[in-house]
Design a binder for this molecule. Structure first.
Ligand SMILES: NC(=O)C1=CN([C@@H]2O[C@H](COP(=O)(O)OP(=O)(O)OC[C@H]3O[C@@H](n4cnc5c(N)ncnc54)[C@H](OP(=O)(O)O)[C@@H]3O)[C@@H](O)[C@H]2O)C=CC1
Ligand SMILES: O=C(O)CCC(=O)C(=O)O
Length: 472
């Protein structure tokens, strides 16, 4: 936390309470939605490469189980603590509801700076953590399904899935216990870029809405928009790359070590290659360099994308942020106090519980693939192509004209896995934006898009709880 505000968990709670006032659910149902159902707090030893024993602190929170499994990523970061994991798990509940994926909300975290550990040590930590989750029934394809988050990726998910499988010999759906796995370990095409691509689809849809764009004083469309990105990890990199491809100008990129700025645009892939080669973005050619990374949040731009950690925009700096749109690629980057300042300024904050739902959406597709044991498109691809071919032949015969090679190829094409994953992701992001904007329009007193998104989520989760009743 960067000022005297309340912490992250309280900030999420404030957002919930603000939205709850725009719903008609009884206080008991609202209290059940807001509460975190279960948290497993673990300490376990690992042996470091030098032979010393270190005790590791870790968590897994299951915020809701109105739909099972609970779902959410595993974070490796030095700042991990129980409140953070619980707050992140609660965001997963609302996110899954908005994205219409049939999961409760979960999140896990291991309190380590992964850069301080060797690959072997990280593997031992990840496998032991997974075994601890198994021991307490906190993981399983129908119980709780982890995925990548900050500081983790496909490699860690492969270790988790392998550990789970090893401890459940013969469990046919074991691969569905973890998503975000490498392709060869039961992953799905498109999961790696899913969150960043979802951020792009979401922004594209919002920028297509004439009334919204007029209200914030921007021309419709992505092309030509000036964008600042904080955090060039998995989510930030992919969001920046797709936006750049659609014609946006990435004017600044901020990382731990500082920020770089070029009004004419930075080539995202070139910046990543430079950082990989030099371990810093700071000496990137033809850019101005700034050592204070957080200043980048205040650079002039149309769209600011915080894609690192929570609570970076607070009451302390919100009034200095010039962006017209703040696109929450990270979880919780804008505090509830900052929300109020930004709403008064007319800044559109596109909330995390909608905008970064691409990851869990494609995780859902991966989970379905693991349960169905078949790659998307495998069954129908050739059949579609043969049908399309027969139709083309008929058209050519009837018209006496030949269709050109490129048009023929694209009409013939039967969908493969990546086509279907991208299509499902785009549909989810478009539908989510429209549902939230409709809720906002229906209640003009709703102050901001986050509150509208929470209203949508609360209504869905409350409907599930009230229909389920209470056991016993
Ligand atoms: N991965 C996913 O599918 C999803 C992730 N998210 C959220 O997106 C955010 C980013 O996650 P993800 O991209 O996966 O994580 P990564 O670990 O891949 O990337 C995070 C990046 O942010 C950088 N960073 C950290 N702190 C700062 C800072 N103070 N200023 C600038 N840059 C910083 C890191 O730098 P360095 O390289 O030096 O460590 C790293 O490059 C998190 O909030 C996460 O919860 C949300 C939905 C799904
Ligand atoms: O893919 C998932 O299941 C969860 C991703 C995640 O942790 C998040 O959306 O914050």
């Amino acid at each position: 936390m960067k000022d005297n505000e309340q912490g992250f968990m309280q900030s999420v709670g404030n957002c919930f309470d603000k939205a709850a006032e725009f719903t008609n659910w009884p206080p008991g149902i609202l209290a059940q939605i807001k509460a975190c159902n279960a948290v497993y707090s673990i300490k376990f030893p690992i042996r470091r490469d030098n032979g010393q024993i270190e005790v590791i602190e870790a968590y897994r929170a299951q915020h809701s189980q109105h739909k099972t499994p609970s779902k959410g990523g595993i974070r490796f970061a030095a700042e991990v603590n129980q409140d953070e994991v619980v707050a992140l798990a609660s965001l997963m509940t609302y996110k899954c509801a908005i994205a219409n994926v049939p999961f409760g909300g979960g999140k896990g975290g291991i309190k380590i700076d992964p850069k301080r550990y060797s690959v072997d040590e990280l593997e031992r930590i990840t496998r032991r953590y997974t075994a601890e989750l198994v021991r307490k029934n906190f993981i399983g394809p129908g119980i709780d399904v982890p995925a990548p988050d900050y500081g983790t990726g496909a490699r860690e998910m492969a270790w988790m899935a392998d550990t789970y499988q090893g401890l459940h010999p013969g469990e046919i759906n074991a691969l569905g216990a973890v998503t975000g796995k490498p392709l060869a370990q039961g992953g799905v095409r498109g999961r790696k870029e899913a969150t960043g691509l979802g951020v792009f689809y979401g922004l594209q849809e919002i920028c297509r809405m004439p009334a919204v764009m007029e209200r914030i004083g921007l021309a419709p469309g992505i092309a030509g928009k000036k964008v600042v990105v904080q955090g060039l990890g998995n989510v930030g990199y992919h969001a920046a790359k797709y936006l750049q491809h659609a014609g946006a100008i990435i004017v600044a990129i901020a990382e731990y070590e500082g920020a770089i700025y070029n009004e004419d645009g930075l080539d995202v892939d070139a910046v990543v290659a430079h950082r990989n080669a030099t371990r810093s973005i700071l000496s990137f050619p033809s850019a101005r360099h700034f050592h204070k990374s957080t200043d980048a949040l205040e650079y002039p731009c149309d769209i600011l994308i915080p894609a690192a950690l929570e609570m970076v925009i607070t009451a302390g700096n919100a009034h200095r942020i010039p962006a017209k749109i703040i696109a929450e690629a990270a979880n919780g980057p804008v505090s509830s106090a900052a929300d109020e300042i930004l709403a008064r300024k007319g800044t559109l904050v596109v909330p995390d519980i909608y905008l970064n739902a691409g990851g869990v959406t494609v995780s859902y597709f991966e989970w379905l693939k693991n349960l169905s044991h078949v790659r998307y498109g495998r069954i129908e691809k050739r059949f579609t192509e043969h049908m399309n071919n027969r139709m083309l032949e008929q058209m050519e015969e009837l018209t006496g004209k030949q269709i050109g090679t490129n048009a023929r190829q694209s009409i013939l094409h039967g969908a493969n896995e990546i086509d279907l994953v991208y299509s499902g992701l785009e549909e989810t992001m478009i539908a989510g934006a429209r549902e939230i904007m409709d809720a906002w329009e229906a209640h003009p007193a709703i102050p901001d898009m986050r509150t509208a998104a929470f209203v949508v989520a609360i209504n869905k989760v409350a409907t599930a709880y009230s229909e389920l009743g209470i056991f016993p």
